[in-house]
Structures are given as C-alpha cells and as structure tokens.
Design a protein. Structure first.
Length: 331
C-alpha cells in the first residue's frame, strides 16, 4: 500500500504544508543536540555511536509503532501512520517557496531581490552574482533539495517498505541528511560544536545512504528528460563535482535539460559565533567549486524546464508504484 501512502502524503502536503518551525522538527533538532552533547567525546567510535543513536533511534521508534498498529488495529491504521510519517519527511513545500520567490523576482527583473532571497535561503554571499549565475545556483540547489526532500525519501521508503519495515526508511534517510547538515552547522558555533569525528562519521554514513537514491533520481531525470544526453553527461561529467552523489544528480540534470551546471561555488556566510542561523536551509557547501558541464548558459527558461523535469519524475514514480500495487493486488 506504499502507493496510497505516498499519494495521500503528497496531496496533504500540497494543501497544508508543514511549517518551518513545527514542533516535530524542533524535537528532532533537540534530539540531535542531546545525542551529540552526551555521546560525542571526539573519538571515531564515539562519533559512530552518536550517529547510530541519532538516526537509528527515531527510525526504530517509527518502525515499532508501525508494527504495533499493524498487528493490533490492522493495515488501515498502519497505512495512516505511514501517511503521517511521509507527511513529515516528504514534500516539495518544505523548500519550493524559496525557488518560487527567486523565480518570480527574476521574472520581474528584480535581480537585487533575487540575490537577497538566494543569500537568505542558502546563507551565502550572492551580492556579486550576474543573472545567469543566479539561475545556475538556483537550479543546482533546487534539484538537490528536490532529491533530498522527495526522491531520496521515496527510494528508501519503498526499499524498506518492500521488506516489511514500513516507513522506517523515510526517517532513516531524512535523519541521515539532517544530522550531517545540523552537526556541520554546529561546528561553526561555540554552542556545543560537533567534533570532527562526529562530522566524519555522519558524512561517511550519508554518502553510503545517499548512493542508491542519487542514482535512482538521476535515472528518473534521464527517463523523463533528454535520455541520451543525460546518460552521457552522467557518465562523462559527474566526476567534475567534488561530491560523488551530488555530481551524479547534477550531471544528469544538466544533460536532461541541456543547461550548463557547475563552476564557482558561493561562499557560505555563516553567522558569527553564538548568533542565530536558520539551519533548516540546505547548506551552500553542497555544491562546491567544480568544472562546468557542457550545455547552454543558464537562463530563466531553464527554471521552468527543471520544474517540468521534477514533476514528470514524480509522475513516473507514481505510475511505477501504481503498477506494482496493481500487480500485487492481482497476484
């Protein structure tokens, strides 16, 4: 019943998106902060213990409640629980307003406003960016955000749901992505900074967990976009990006819509020590300095192409899940 859980979660999230400062996300931030504060002693083994507790703890709790509901109240209650978990972990509306606001500013010719919105979203210095570079960075950040908030969650949810583990995969993926970003942020503050060992453990674990989702996202983009160009760019140019998983996604996106991606990264503008900083935003370091892929210079029209690419990929996912659900019911 994964198809129905995902469908209802996406529909609910479109109608009533989860607020940025909701108690669930606040509670998970507190959990990650408590775990690092009590188990991060600076050694590699402590880093792995802290990561396991921070990520596996919520995933196992979600799995336990799923099993309890399934065996006491039946599959309907278990599906409703899956919808609730996916609503929290999955969704475009958790980041799409940034994309929409910047696109609208560019459409109106207000590049100053677009730079301000981009800087606030990613906590970077975008004051000197020309128009084409604004578009390029928006494409890169938005594609990676769509992957982490939607397609990566779908991949791990479906994998573990197929094994009878319910929505634990969605929590595993989102918590893995969150802690590596959150602990990196805390390393720039004087308030319980995360050790290098903890950051290394979370980064290594995230690279492994995101390996399969990154490639399923890239394949989906290739199928619904320009297939030959996407595959060619994936094979020959993904290594131009320092991060292997992000490089696969960005290279496939570049080929699928025919846009040049990669180049000089924006420098993070972290808040001074102890100052407030919105660590829910995607960290700008996700797209590091790299060589450019082939393709046309980024233009405003490419933003619409990327939106179409992402939504066609969602439709592809839903069609495949619907066919698998139908085959299971008929079988």
């Amino acid at each position: 019943m994964s198809f129905f859980a995902i469908l209802f979660a996406l529909l609910i999230e479109q109608v009533r998106p989860l607020g940025a400062r909701n108690p669930i996300h606040s509670g998970l931030r507190s959990w990650a902060r408590w775990v690092s504060g009590n188990f991060d002693a600076g050694k590699p083994q402590h880093g792995w213990v802290a990561w396991t507790l921070a990520v596996a703890g919520p995933a196992l709790a979600v799995l336990g409640l799923h099993m309890l509901l399934l065996h006491t109240l039946g599959w309907v209650a278990a599906v409703l629980w899956s919808v609730a978990v996916l609503y929290v972990t999955l969704g475009f509306r958790q980041f799409s307003h940034h994309f929409t606001d910047i696109r609208d500013a560019l459409d109106a010719g207000d590049e100053v406003r677009a730079r301000e919105l981009l800087a606030n979203w990613q906590q970077v210095d975008a004051s000197e960016l020309p128009r084409s570079e604004i578009v390029r960075h928006v494409i890169e950040y938005s594609v990676l955000a769509a992957h982490r908030h939607v397609f990566g969650v779908l991949t791990w949810y479906c994998v573990l749901a197929a094994l009878g583990l319910g929505p634990a995969g969605a929590v595993l993926y989102r918590m893995s992505e969150f802690v590596v970003r959150y602990w990196k942020h805390r390393s720039h503050t004087q308030l319980q900074p995360a050790s290098q060992a903890l950051q290394s453990a979370s980064g290594n674990a995230w690279a492994v967990i995101d390996w399969l989702p990154a490639r399923t996202t890239a394949m989906a983009f290739a199928v619904v976009g320009s297939f030959e160009e996407a595959i060619d760019c994936w094979r020959n140019h993904s290594q131009r990006f320092p991060n292997d998983n992000d490089g696969v996604i960005l290279a496939a996106t570049s080929g699928a819509v025919g846009v040049r991606l990669g180049g000089e990264a924006l420098k993070p503008a972290f808040a001074p020590s102890g100052a407030s900083q919105p660590f829910d935003a995607d960290v700008a370091e996700a797209v590091a300095d790299s060589e450019s892929t082939p393709g046309r210079e980024a233009e405003i029209g490419h933003l619409r192409s990327v939106v179409g690419l992402v939504w066609r990929s969602v439709v592809l996912w839903m069609v495949l899940l619907a066919l698998l659900t139908l085959a299971n019911l008929l079988g």
